[in-house]
Write a protein of this length. Sequence first.
Length: 264
Amino acid sequence: MIRFLLSVVALAATASCHCTVAQLKDVVDVYLAGQVSGQSAQLNARIDNGTWLGYYENAKKLDISTGIVNKPLPITHNRTIYDTSICATYTEIVVNSTTDPYVIGTQLRFANHKVNRVDSIVTKPGDWLFNITGYAYWITQEDWSTIPEEKRDTRTTIRKAADAYLDLFNNPNTTVPWGTPCVRLEGGLYGDPGPNGTCAVGVPSGVPITRRRYVIDETVGAVEVLVDFGQSAWPDTHEFRIEGGKIRYVHTMTHCGTPNCGIL
């Protein structure tokens, strides 16, 4: 009987997480349209009230009616990865404005085919290395296209690569699967885009990166991780493109609350 009940519970959990890219994309499109118009009502209509965990910006829980989603933003770029294994998405948003620029990273998590958590990192001038001109330009120079099925890495490989990179900040002996080339886009600052570019530079030590929340899309070799960065637990997102088990691209956004985190 116990085994039967456990099987039923496992089956129910699997069913509750089942989703398709089309279903996820439909809600992401609603989210993006609402952000452009500054109207959160359509997104509100897609919330699963029975399992709702909340709306968060920069690790702070807010009423959705007071969030950035209610501010009309002329989005100039967006890219989304879809995790059908856990029913979650991550969307990178760029507002390339000379007067009111933003770079935003948003996780949507789902239950019963509806949204049950929204978690955004919202960055703007004053945040770590923020430079909208640099960010908007360099994202157009990268290839985040679909990887042929026979060349795709597994979820485990993709996640391990991201974890190795994040672990390195607090353990310099960590072995990281660096790709060559590898380039990091950090707030707007770009690394060496040449054929020998490396991401194995500029990594501090003694910096714990905790409370990791993942969205993984094997079709494009991508994993995004929402984290608390450092002893100050700055709200942060790191997104990676993994090709052949190696790190190819890294995108980071960090909100610190003080200009350039008080470092520069």
